[in-house]
Design a protein around this ligand. Structure first.
Ligand SMILES: [Zn+2]
Length: 311
Protein backbone atom coordinates (compact mmCIF):
# COMPACT_ATOMS: atom_id res chain seq x y z
CA UNK A 1 0.00 0.00 0.00
CA UNK A 2 2.71 2.43 1.06
CA UNK A 3 4.61 1.63 -2.07
CA UNK A 4 1.63 2.23 -4.34
CA UNK A 5 0.89 5.45 -2.55
CA UNK A 6 4.53 6.58 -2.99
CA UNK A 7 4.35 5.76 -6.68
CA UNK A 8 1.12 7.75 -6.99
CA UNK A 9 2.65 10.66 -5.07
CA UNK A 10 5.76 10.61 -7.24
CA UNK A 11 3.63 10.58 -10.39
CA UNK A 12 1.54 13.43 -9.06
CA UNK A 13 4.64 15.44 -8.19
CA UNK A 14 6.20 14.81 -11.59
CA UNK A 15 2.97 15.85 -13.25
CA UNK A 16 2.77 19.06 -11.25
CA UNK A 17 5.22 21.15 -13.30
CA UNK A 18 3.11 20.52 -16.42
CA UNK A 19 0.04 22.08 -14.79
CA UNK A 20 1.91 25.07 -13.37
CA UNK A 21 3.50 25.54 -16.78
CA UNK A 22 0.02 26.04 -18.30
CA UNK A 23 -1.08 29.64 -18.59
CA UNK A 24 -3.02 31.04 -15.69
CA UNK A 25 -6.73 31.47 -16.22
CA UNK A 26 -7.84 34.80 -17.60
CA UNK A 27 -9.34 36.85 -14.80
CA UNK A 28 -12.45 38.33 -16.39
CA UNK A 29 -14.68 40.99 -14.85
CA UNK A 30 -17.97 41.87 -16.52
CA UNK A 31 -19.87 45.07 -15.79
CA UNK A 32 -23.17 43.15 -15.56
CA UNK A 33 -24.33 39.62 -14.82
CA UNK A 34 -25.69 39.27 -18.36
CA UNK A 35 -22.22 39.71 -19.81
CA UNK A 36 -20.75 37.50 -17.09
CA UNK A 37 -23.13 34.70 -18.04
CA UNK A 38 -22.17 34.89 -21.72
CA UNK A 39 -18.47 35.19 -20.86
CA UNK A 40 -18.71 32.05 -18.71
CA UNK A 41 -20.29 30.19 -21.65
CA UNK A 42 -17.40 31.23 -23.89
CA UNK A 43 -14.53 31.02 -21.42
CA UNK A 44 -15.30 27.68 -19.76
CA UNK A 45 -12.51 26.50 -17.49
CA UNK A 46 -9.92 28.82 -19.05
CA UNK A 47 -11.26 31.88 -17.22
CA UNK A 48 -12.48 33.05 -13.85
CA UNK A 49 -15.50 35.33 -14.06
CA UNK A 50 -17.08 37.88 -11.77
CA UNK A 51 -19.44 40.80 -12.31
CA UNK A 52 -19.84 44.24 -10.79
CA UNK A 53 -23.47 45.37 -11.10
CA UNK A 54 -26.09 42.91 -9.91
CA UNK A 55 -29.10 42.16 -12.08
CA UNK A 56 -31.54 43.54 -9.50
CA UNK A 57 -29.84 46.95 -9.67
CA UNK A 58 -30.52 49.70 -12.20
CA UNK A 59 -27.44 49.32 -14.45
CA UNK A 60 -27.44 53.06 -15.16
CA UNK A 61 -27.08 53.95 -11.50
CA UNK A 62 -24.87 51.56 -9.55
CA UNK A 63 -23.45 52.63 -6.22
CA UNK A 64 -19.68 52.39 -6.46
CA UNK A 65 -18.03 50.32 -3.72
CA UNK A 66 -14.32 49.93 -2.82
CA UNK A 67 -14.66 46.17 -3.41
CA UNK A 68 -15.31 46.92 -7.11
CA UNK A 69 -11.91 48.58 -7.39
CA UNK A 70 -10.27 45.50 -5.86
CA UNK A 71 -11.95 43.30 -8.48
CA UNK A 72 -10.75 45.58 -11.27
CA UNK A 73 -7.18 45.72 -9.95
CA UNK A 74 -6.71 42.01 -10.60
CA UNK A 75 -8.60 41.78 -13.90
CA UNK A 76 -7.02 40.70 -17.20
CA UNK A 77 -10.22 41.53 -19.09
CA UNK A 78 -13.07 43.95 -18.41
CA UNK A 79 -16.24 43.54 -20.49
CA UNK A 80 -18.64 46.48 -20.52
CA UNK A 81 -22.12 46.93 -22.00
CA UNK A 82 -21.05 50.27 -23.49
CA UNK A 83 -23.23 52.89 -25.21
CA UNK A 84 -22.65 54.90 -22.02
CA UNK A 85 -24.79 52.53 -19.92
CA UNK A 86 -22.12 52.51 -17.20
CA UNK A 87 -20.90 56.09 -17.64
CA UNK A 88 -22.32 57.22 -14.31
CA UNK A 89 -20.29 54.82 -12.20
CA UNK A 90 -17.70 52.67 -14.01
CA UNK A 91 -15.08 55.09 -15.45
CA UNK A 92 -13.89 56.35 -12.03
CA UNK A 93 -13.59 52.76 -10.79
CA UNK A 94 -11.49 51.78 -13.81
CA UNK A 95 -9.26 54.78 -13.28
CA UNK A 96 -8.87 54.13 -9.54
CA UNK A 97 -7.94 50.49 -10.17
CA UNK A 98 -4.73 51.78 -11.85
CA UNK A 99 -4.81 48.56 -13.88
CA UNK A 100 -3.30 49.39 -17.26
CA UNK A 101 -4.69 46.22 -18.86
CA UNK A 102 -8.32 47.28 -18.59
CA UNK A 103 -8.28 51.01 -19.21
CA UNK A 104 -10.57 52.08 -22.05
CA UNK A 105 -8.78 51.29 -25.31
CA UNK A 106 -6.33 48.86 -23.69
CA UNK A 107 -6.12 45.25 -24.89
CA UNK A 108 -8.08 43.89 -21.95
CA UNK A 109 -11.00 46.31 -22.37
CA UNK A 110 -13.94 44.98 -24.38
CA UNK A 111 -17.03 46.99 -25.29
CA UNK A 112 -19.60 44.24 -25.92
CA UNK A 113 -21.80 46.52 -28.03
CA UNK A 114 -19.39 46.75 -30.97
CA UNK A 115 -21.00 43.95 -32.99
CA UNK A 116 -24.53 44.26 -31.64
CA UNK A 117 -27.65 45.64 -33.28
CA UNK A 118 -28.37 48.90 -31.46
CA UNK A 119 -31.86 50.41 -31.60
CA UNK A 120 -33.00 54.01 -31.07
CA UNK A 121 -29.70 55.53 -32.17
CA UNK A 122 -30.32 59.30 -32.27
CA UNK A 123 -30.04 60.74 -35.74
CA UNK A 124 -29.51 64.32 -34.61
CA UNK A 125 -26.92 65.76 -32.31
CA UNK A 126 -25.75 63.38 -29.57
CA UNK A 127 -26.81 64.83 -26.26
CA UNK A 128 -27.67 63.94 -22.70
CA UNK A 129 -30.01 66.91 -22.64
CA UNK A 130 -32.60 66.81 -19.86
CA UNK A 131 -30.80 63.83 -18.35
CA UNK A 132 -31.61 61.30 -21.09
CA UNK A 133 -29.44 58.29 -20.24
CA UNK A 134 -29.58 56.77 -23.75
CA UNK A 135 -27.62 59.33 -25.80
CA UNK A 136 -25.86 56.71 -27.96
CA UNK A 137 -28.84 54.51 -28.70
CA UNK A 138 -30.53 51.92 -26.53
CA UNK A 139 -27.95 50.14 -24.35
CA UNK A 140 -30.27 47.27 -23.30
CA UNK A 141 -29.40 45.34 -26.45
CA UNK A 142 -28.59 42.04 -24.69
CA UNK A 143 -32.36 41.37 -24.45
CA UNK A 144 -32.32 39.99 -27.99
CA UNK A 145 -30.75 36.51 -28.26
CA UNK A 146 -29.42 37.45 -31.72
CA UNK A 147 -27.33 40.06 -29.94
CA UNK A 148 -26.39 37.42 -27.36
CA UNK A 149 -24.70 35.49 -30.17
CA UNK A 150 -22.90 38.62 -31.38
CA UNK A 151 -21.71 39.39 -27.85
CA UNK A 152 -20.40 35.81 -27.50
CA UNK A 153 -18.45 36.14 -30.73
CA UNK A 154 -16.80 39.40 -29.62
CA UNK A 155 -15.91 37.86 -26.27
CA UNK A 156 -14.49 34.74 -27.97
CA UNK A 157 -12.35 36.90 -30.25
CA UNK A 158 -11.05 38.90 -27.29
CA UNK A 159 -10.18 35.81 -25.27
CA UNK A 160 -8.42 34.29 -28.31
CA UNK A 161 -6.47 37.49 -28.85
CA UNK A 162 -5.20 37.31 -25.26
CA UNK A 163 -4.74 33.51 -25.24
CA UNK A 164 -3.96 32.52 -28.86
CA UNK A 165 -3.15 28.95 -27.78
CA UNK A 166 -6.76 28.48 -26.62
CA UNK A 167 -8.41 29.83 -29.77
CA UNK A 168 -9.82 26.45 -30.86
CA UNK A 169 -11.28 25.93 -27.39
CA UNK A 170 -12.99 29.33 -27.35
CA UNK A 171 -14.21 28.98 -30.96
CA UNK A 172 -15.77 25.62 -30.16
CA UNK A 173 -17.53 27.05 -27.11
CA UNK A 174 -18.89 30.03 -29.08
CA UNK A 175 -20.24 27.58 -31.70
CA UNK A 176 -21.81 25.41 -29.01
CA UNK A 177 -23.39 28.39 -27.21
CA UNK A 178 -24.72 29.74 -30.51
CA UNK A 179 -26.38 26.47 -31.48
CA UNK A 180 -27.99 26.05 -28.06
CA UNK A 181 -29.21 29.64 -28.22
CA UNK A 182 -30.58 29.06 -31.75
CA UNK A 183 -32.60 26.11 -30.50
CA UNK A 184 -33.88 28.05 -27.48
CA UNK A 185 -34.76 31.07 -29.62
CA UNK A 186 -36.93 28.91 -31.89
CA UNK A 187 -38.81 27.72 -28.82
CA UNK A 188 -39.21 31.29 -27.45
CA UNK A 189 -40.43 32.62 -30.81
CA UNK A 190 -43.01 29.84 -30.98
CA UNK A 191 -44.26 30.68 -27.48
CA UNK A 192 -44.64 34.36 -28.38
CA UNK A 193 -46.02 33.92 -31.91
CA UNK A 194 -49.72 33.84 -30.89
CA UNK A 195 -49.36 37.22 -29.17
CA UNK A 196 -47.62 39.11 -31.92
CA UNK A 197 -48.39 42.83 -31.85
CA UNK A 198 -49.75 42.89 -28.28
CA UNK A 199 -49.54 46.44 -26.96
CA UNK A 200 -47.92 47.21 -23.63
CA UNK A 201 -46.05 49.96 -21.84
CA UNK A 202 -42.89 49.71 -19.77
CA UNK A 203 -41.37 51.85 -17.05
CA UNK A 204 -37.93 52.39 -18.64
CA UNK A 205 -36.89 51.76 -22.24
CA UNK A 206 -35.30 48.42 -21.32
CA UNK A 207 -37.22 46.21 -23.73
CA UNK A 208 -37.09 47.54 -27.32
CA UNK A 209 -34.73 44.77 -28.49
CA UNK A 210 -36.83 42.18 -26.68
CA UNK A 211 -40.05 43.60 -28.16
CA UNK A 212 -38.66 43.74 -31.68
CA UNK A 213 -37.39 40.16 -31.58
CA UNK A 214 -40.54 38.69 -30.06
CA UNK A 215 -43.14 40.83 -31.83
CA UNK A 216 -44.46 42.95 -28.96
CA UNK A 217 -45.60 46.53 -29.39
CA UNK A 218 -44.43 48.89 -26.63
CA UNK A 219 -46.52 52.03 -27.10
CA UNK A 220 -45.38 54.17 -24.17
CA UNK A 221 -43.16 54.55 -21.13
CA UNK A 222 -43.78 55.53 -17.51
CA UNK A 223 -40.60 57.62 -17.65
CA UNK A 224 -41.01 60.74 -19.80
CA UNK A 225 -37.43 60.20 -21.01
CA UNK A 226 -34.94 57.43 -20.17
CA UNK A 227 -33.65 58.11 -16.65
CA UNK A 228 -36.23 60.81 -15.84
CA UNK A 229 -38.79 59.97 -13.12
CA UNK A 230 -42.49 60.14 -14.01
CA UNK A 231 -44.28 63.49 -13.87
CA UNK A 232 -48.03 63.91 -13.18
CA UNK A 233 -48.73 65.31 -16.68
CA UNK A 234 -46.81 62.54 -18.45
CA UNK A 235 -48.58 59.90 -16.34
CA UNK A 236 -51.95 61.39 -17.25
CA UNK A 237 -51.05 61.39 -20.95
CA UNK A 238 -49.89 57.78 -20.69
CA UNK A 239 -53.12 56.71 -18.97
CA UNK A 240 -55.17 58.36 -21.74
CA UNK A 241 -53.07 56.67 -24.41
CA UNK A 242 -53.49 53.29 -22.73
CA UNK A 243 -57.26 53.76 -22.50
CA UNK A 244 -57.51 54.80 -26.15
CA UNK A 245 -55.43 51.86 -27.32
CA UNK A 246 -56.76 49.33 -24.80
CA UNK A 247 -53.30 48.59 -23.36
CA UNK A 248 -53.55 46.04 -20.56
CA UNK A 249 -49.96 45.43 -19.51
CA UNK A 250 -47.32 47.53 -17.73
CA UNK A 251 -43.83 46.04 -17.51
CA UNK A 252 -41.74 47.34 -14.61
CA UNK A 253 -38.06 46.65 -14.03
CA UNK A 254 -37.46 45.31 -10.49
CA UNK A 255 -35.59 48.41 -9.26
CA UNK A 256 -38.29 51.03 -9.84
CA UNK A 257 -40.82 52.41 -7.37
CA UNK A 258 -44.20 50.72 -7.90
CA UNK A 259 -46.30 53.71 -6.85
CA UNK A 260 -46.85 55.26 -10.31
CA UNK A 261 -47.16 51.92 -12.17
CA UNK A 262 -49.72 50.71 -9.61
CA UNK A 263 -51.69 53.95 -9.97
CA UNK A 264 -51.65 53.50 -13.75
CA UNK A 265 -52.78 49.91 -13.30
CA UNK A 266 -55.71 50.93 -11.08
CA UNK A 267 -56.82 53.64 -13.46
CA UNK A 268 -56.58 51.62 -16.67
CA UNK A 269 -57.30 48.11 -15.43
CA UNK A 270 -53.90 47.06 -16.76
CA UNK A 271 -51.85 44.34 -15.14
CA UNK A 272 -48.58 45.56 -13.62
CA UNK A 273 -45.82 43.04 -14.13
CA UNK A 274 -42.32 43.10 -12.64
CA UNK A 275 -40.04 41.85 -15.42
CA UNK A 276 -36.30 41.43 -14.80
CA UNK A 277 -34.25 42.79 -17.71
CA UNK A 278 -31.09 41.05 -16.49
CA UNK A 279 -29.56 37.84 -15.24
CA UNK A 280 -29.72 38.08 -11.44
CA UNK A 281 -32.83 40.27 -11.62
CA UNK A 282 -34.68 37.65 -9.62
CA UNK A 283 -33.43 34.49 -7.97
CA UNK A 284 -34.69 32.10 -10.67
CA UNK A 285 -32.81 33.93 -13.41
CA UNK A 286 -29.34 32.50 -12.96
CA UNK A 287 -28.09 32.60 -16.54
CA UNK A 288 -28.70 34.11 -19.98
CA UNK A 289 -31.03 31.29 -21.11
CA UNK A 290 -33.12 31.49 -17.95
CA UNK A 291 -33.54 35.24 -18.47
CA UNK A 292 -35.59 34.61 -21.63
CA UNK A 293 -37.26 31.50 -20.20
CA UNK A 294 -38.47 33.52 -17.24
CA UNK A 295 -39.46 36.75 -19.01
CA UNK A 296 -41.25 35.03 -21.88
CA UNK A 297 -43.25 32.75 -19.57
CA UNK A 298 -44.15 35.79 -17.46
CA UNK A 299 -45.27 37.91 -20.40
CA UNK A 300 -47.19 35.07 -22.10
CA UNK A 301 -49.08 34.23 -18.90
CA UNK A 302 -49.87 37.89 -18.27
CA UNK A 303 -51.20 38.41 -21.80
CA UNK A 304 -53.43 35.35 -21.42
CA UNK A 305 -54.75 36.56 -18.04
CA UNK A 306 -55.17 40.20 -19.00
CA UNK A 307 -57.23 39.41 -22.06
CA UNK A 308 -55.14 42.05 -23.82
CA UNK A 309 -56.70 42.54 -27.20
CA UNK A 310 -54.61 41.06 -29.96
CA UNK A 311 -54.51 43.14 -33.10
ZN1 LIG B 1 -31.61 52.41 -20.01
Amino acid sequence: MTNRYSTWLLTALLAAPATTHAQAKLNVIAATQDLASIAAEVGGDRITIDSIAKGYQDPHFVEAKPSFILKLQKADVLIVVGRELEIGWLPPLIQQSRNGKIQQGAEGYLDASIGAQILEVPTGQVTRAEGDVHPLGNPHYWLDPENGKRIAKEIGDKFSQLRPGDRAYFDQRVTDFTSRLDAAEKRWLAMMAPYKGTKMVSYHRSFPNFAERFGLNIVGYVEPRPGIPPTPQHTLDLINLMKQQNVKLVLVEPYFDMKTPNAIGRDTGAQVLVVPPSVGGTKEVTDYFKLFDYDIALVVNAIKQSGAKQP
